[in-house]
Every structure is written in structure tokens, then in C-alpha cells.
Design a protein around this ligand. Structure first.
Ligand SMILES: *[C@@H]1O[C@H](CO)[C@@H](O)[C@H](O)[C@H]1NC(C)=O
Ligand SMILES: *[C@@H]1O[C@H](CO)[C@@H](O)[C@H](O)[C@H]1NC(C)=O
Ligand SMILES: *[C@@H]1O[C@H](CO)[C@@H](O)[C@H](O)[C@H]1NC(C)=O
Length: 384
């Protein structure tokens, strides 16, 4: 439904504005609110089975582009002025990426957008490395939250939902992948399936470390670790996912930290001496959404959507970077800084964005920068 709406919106836009010239992702930047921008960019997501080995290789970053991509992601997180001009876009990226200051009419706040500008065949992004959004000023950051949507279109509406929560909670960053998880329908050699025909694709960034989305994830974590780290009361890396109604059917949302359902993992999730953000999030979500089933692994040990093979989750939970394809995280090194939310479609709809904003504001304390204090009414930092 939402995809249909987005597609018909795009075609209206096409008929209206661009009868002759082809619609480009650059045109999205002329919109007036962030949610429309995210939907507009989403339409350029590289489609399922688009790549063959040659086109995939051509779209992957070179070593030099990789360094540049890491550096611009990090530079986005450093933004302090109010116009995004301090963000350095390395020249090797200038042909297909741009950094733009974007005024969101809904929140009346400004954001810096790192987004792709060109398409290849039929409105597919040329590269598909993804988009990143940060507040245009450090004063607009209320929480050390790094939100992301790794599976655009496959997990319907998760980019839009993550975008809405990003704004409402005053989070620090939003990252959205630019490729459908099966854009290159070739199995990754990173996470190898235990059962045949259950493999993961090379363009699925939750299971492949070479995806530009994964590279950006690591750059974000490195930045956070170099800037006060990620204390569990105030900080987390949150991935928004969508599940099919039939999987873990009783759960409206199933929240996990990347540990599985072994006895020791279940005990970790329950341990009262640990402050586990996923468990705090569950507790708050249960009060905000009293009619929904909100669970973590010990509440539904049969649900397999525990994210144990998520490469970013593994890294955050203490697996060395060189081993994340091979080794699961365990309770001895787990940090809980990773939050993985699997959701039924009702949980991803726009009529509950405000409640979701409340959930995040109540789960994570503010970390207001110098010169700002928390506004007790909105739960957002404002100039003091
Ligand atoms: C990408 O290209 C394929 C054809 O190779 C096309 O079917 C698909 O609709 C295109 N996707 C987008 C987002 O335009
Ligand atoms: C919640 O879970 C119970 C079973 O545990 C199920 O009967 C019920 O339908 C679920 N409610 C929702 C809203 O999914
Ligand atoms: C896990 O815990 C259950 C119940 O506490 C117990 O019956 C089972 O033997 C345990 N399994 C292992 C592998 O320790």
C-alpha cells in the first residue's frame, strides 16, 4: 500500500514536473518535509536482482571511495555549525553524492542530508550506498541514538518510520540503505547458511561486511567510541526491521540485542544487575502500546528473529571486526548497545509515529550539549 502510494506520488510528480527531463534523486531535495524526502529517495532503491557480477562490482566502492565514504560519514557526525558547510565531501564522491542543508517544515528544524544524486538504468541509484541524515547543529541533538533502516522496501515503511523517530527523539543520525536486500541475488560468503536455500545475499548489509551501509555503520560506531562511547542509559544503535505476519505471529514487536535464545542468553536478557536498553525499550513500549504484544527473547524463546547473525550486532557485542562473519556474540562480551526491532506492519504505520517518539524519549535520557537544556515538556534539548 505504502509502496503503491509512493509510486503513484512519484508518477504524479513525474507527469507534473518533469515531462521531458527524467526524475533524479536530486529532485527529492526540493521537498519540504523529511518524511517526504525519505519516501522520495526510497523510490530510487536499487531493485531486486538488478545486479549481475559486473554491475555489482562496478557499483561497489573502490578502496579510495571507501576511505572517502568513511570520512564523510564521520564528518556528518561532527557537524556543529548550522548550515552543513563544515561537512567535507571528498572529491572522489562529488560525481554521485551531495551534502545538502534541508529545512523540515514539520519540525521546523534543519538537517544535513548525504544523498546520492544520479541513477543508472530505469531510476535505480547508480551506486546505492544509501543516505545519511543528521541534525544541522549539535544543539539539535538530544540523544546519542544512531537509527538505521537496512532493508528498504523489503521491510515496508521502515525508512520512513526510522526517519520519524529520528526527528521526534532528537537522535544523532539516521542511515538508510540504498539497495534492496536482494539487489544482487548472489549469496554472500560472509554469513553462510546452516540450511540450504536459507542464505543471505551480498547486498544484504546485515549479513555482509562489504556493503557501504555496513561500512557506514562501522564509521558511526568508531565516531561514537571516540566521543564518550555509548553508555547504555543514553546511547544505542537501533535497526528497524519489518517481519511477515506469520513469523513470530503473536509478537507485534520483538526486540533483541543480537544474542540468541540459549539459556545463558536468556539469562543475560533477564539479569536485573544489567541495564539492557532492549529490555528498557520493551518496558516503556508496553506502557505506550498496552494492547500490543511487545517481547524480548525470554518472553518468546521460540521466536528465531534474534539477530544473532547480524554483523553489526556481533561487532557491537564484542566480536572482533575480523571475525564477525564467523563468530556469534556471547554474554561475556555483549554490550547491549545494539537494538534490533522486528515489527508487524501495524507497528510501522504513520499513525503511531508519535507514540514511538515517546517510547524512545522515555527509554533514553537526554545528553544535551553545552548551551542547551532539556525542555521538560517536549523531552528535547533546547537553547538555555
Ligand atoms: C531498476 O531497473 C530495473 C530494470 O533492470 C527495473 O525493472 C526497475 O523498476 C528499476 N528500479 C527502479 C527503482 O527504478
Ligand atoms: C498476543 O499474544 C497472544 C498469545 O500469546 C495472542 O493470542 C494474541 O492474539 C496476541 N495479540 C496481538 C495483538 O497480536
Ligand atoms: C535450559 O533451561 C531449561 C529450563 O531452565 C532446562 O530444562 C534445560 O535443561 C536447559 N538447557 C541447557 C542446555 O542447559
Amino acid at each position: 500500500m505504502l509502496i503503491l502510494l509512493a509510486v503513484s506520488w512519484i508518477s504524479l510528480y513525474l507527469n507534473d514536473r518533469a515531462k521531458v527531463t527524467k526524475l533524479s534523486p536530486k529532485d527529492c531535495l526540493a521537498l519540504h518535509n523529511l518524511n517526504d524526502l525519505i519516501s522520495c529517495l526510497d523510490a530510487f532503491t536499487v531493485s531486486p536482482s538488478f545486479y549481475d557480477s559486473v554491475s555489482y562490482a562496478a557499483a561497489q566502492p573502490t578502496e579510495e571511495e571507501n576511505t572517502a565514504w568513511t570520512s564523510v560519514v564521520s564528518s556528518m557526525l561532527d557537524v556543529n555549525a548550522n548550515d552543513c558547510s563544515s561537512i567535507k565531501l571528498p572529491s572522489v564522491l562529488e560525481h554521485f553524492y551531495v551534502v545538502t542543508t534541508f529545512s523540515d517544515a514539520d519540525s521546523t528544524r534543519s538537517f544535513c542530508i548525504l544523498s546520492e544524486t544520479t541513477t543508472s538504468i530505469n531510476q535505480n541509484y547508480t551506486k546505492g550506498w544509501g543516505s545519511m541524515i543528521v541534525p544541522a547543529s549539535a544543539k539539535q541533538i538530544s540523544r546519542r541514538l544512531h537509527l538505521s533502516a537496512p532493508h528498504p522496501q523489503a521491510d515496508i515503511n521502515t525508512p520512513q518510520q526510522a526517519g520519524a523517530i529520528f526527528v521526534l527523539s532528537g537522535a544523532h543520525s539516521l542511515l538508510v540503505s540504498g539497495r534492496f536486500r536482494s539487489a544482487y541475488a548472489m549469496e554472500t560468503d560472509c554469513i553462510v547458511p546452516t540450511q540450504p536455500r536459507k542464505g543471505y545475499f551480498k547486498t544484504d548489509p546485515t549479513h555482509d561486511i562489504n556493503e557501504p551501509f555496513s561500512i557506514a555503520n562501522r564509521a558511526i560506531r568508531d565516531w561514537q567510541n571516540a566521543n564518550d562511547g555509548c553508555p547504555s542509559e543514553t546511547c544505542a544503535y537501533v535497526q528497524f526491521h519489518g517481519k511477515a505476519a506469520a513469523s513470530c505471529a503473536a509478537d507485534t514487536m520483538f526486540i533483541s540485542s543480537g544474542l540468541g535464545n540459549s539459556n545463558s542468553s536468556l539469562s543475560w536478557y533477564r539479569d536485573p544487575s544489567l541495564d539492557i536498553p532492549a529490555r528498557r525499550l520493551r518496558d516503556v513500549a508496553r506502557t505506550v502500546f498496552p494492547t500490543w504484544n511487545v517481547t524480548i527473547p525470554p518472553d518468546d524463546p521460540d521466536c528465531a528473529l534474534t539477530a544473532t547473525s547480524n554483523v553489526f550486532g556481533r561487532l557491537i557485542n564484542g566480536v572482533p571486526e575480523s571475525n564477525v562473519c564467523m563468530t556469534e556474540a556471547n554474554t561475556l562480551t555483549a554490550t547491549g548497545e545494539f537494538i534490533h526491532i522486528e515489527q508487524a506492519i501495524v507497528s510501522r504505520q504513520s499513525n503511531v509515529y508519535d507514540q514511538w517518539g515517546e517510547v524512545f524519549k522515555r527509554t533514553f535520557r537526554t545528553s544535551c550539549t553545552e548551551g542547551t537544556v532539556e525542555d521538560s515538556e517536549t523531552g528535547i534539548c533546547k537553547e538555555s
